[in-house]
Design a protein around this ligand. Structure first.
Ligand code: AMP
Length: 216
């Protein structure tokens, strides 16, 4: 089963993908995580994209498509994973078209596009309070879901951080980029792939339940 999780930054795609991957034996493919890992490791790719990530703009389609090609091929070769969940990809119509072309070559397809609807004000509130573990990727909200010990990840004990692009100066730009470049992809998928819209402001469990109801 192959799923695209779609929605603005802060809509809960990463949190839901982590839950779904276990239940359905899927790979969680987050282009944002792959790019941040490259930045943290100081690779050539990381050096090229670091300032773009910090600004909230998108990196070029070529760069993310290369990451996606590798990830999809590696899932295909995997004995333990039966498909993938894309989180943060595609983000432009060009990426959506390239993904269709890539999948057509191998006879694969997207089984469902799940859209997490969260309005702009709620996203700003969530992203401002979001803290992330750079080590194990756990995500916290300072008010709704704070770590038990200040600034420390419950799961692995690393110091949690505020992502550079979750700082107030960048949040507005990321939302504008989403509206202009990413949201039009829904028009591309309508009529082409099954698209399911979910209220992303429910509890985390509520959203998971609804997605599982759709996927079966
Ligand atoms: P995310 O963790 O999904 O919010 O992504 C963080 C940042 O990584 C984005 O603001 C972009 O700069 C970059 N990025 C992630 N995915 C993509 C993509 N599919 N296309 C272009 N840039 C991306």
């Amino acid at each position: 089963m192959n799923i695209v999780l779609f929605g603005p930054p802060g809509s809960g795609k990463g949190t839901q993908a982590e839950r779904l991957k276990k239940k359905y034996s899927l790979r969680h493919i987050s282009t944002g995580d792959l790019l941040r890992e490259a930045v943290a490791a100081g690779t050539e790719l990381g050096k090229r994209v670091q300032s773009i990530l910090a600004s909230g703009e998108l990196v070029s389609d070529d760069i993310v498509l290369e990451l996606i090609r590798e990830a999809v091929a590696s899932v295909r070769d995997s004995d333990t994973e039966s498909g993938w969940i894309m989180d943060g990809f595609p983000r432009t119509i060009g990426q959506a078209e390239a993904l269709e072309a890539l999948l057509a070559k191998t006879g694969e397809k997207i089984d469902a596009v799940i859209v997490l609807d969260v309005d702009r004000n709620a996203v700003i509130e969530r992203l401002s309070a979001r803290r992330s573990c750079p080590n194990c990727k756990a995500v916290y909200h300072l008010v709704v879901n704070p770590p038990k010990v200040d600034e420390t990840c419950d799961r692995c004990g690393a110091d949690i951080i505020q992502r550079e692009d979750d700082k107030p100066a960048t949040i507005g730009n990321r939302l504008d980029v989403y509206e202009k470049q990413t949201k039009p992809i829904l028009g591309f998928y309508n009529g082409r792939r099954p698209v399911h819209r979910i209220d992303g402001t429910q509890t985390v469990d509520g959203v998971t339940e609804q997605i599982e109801g759709i996927l079966g």
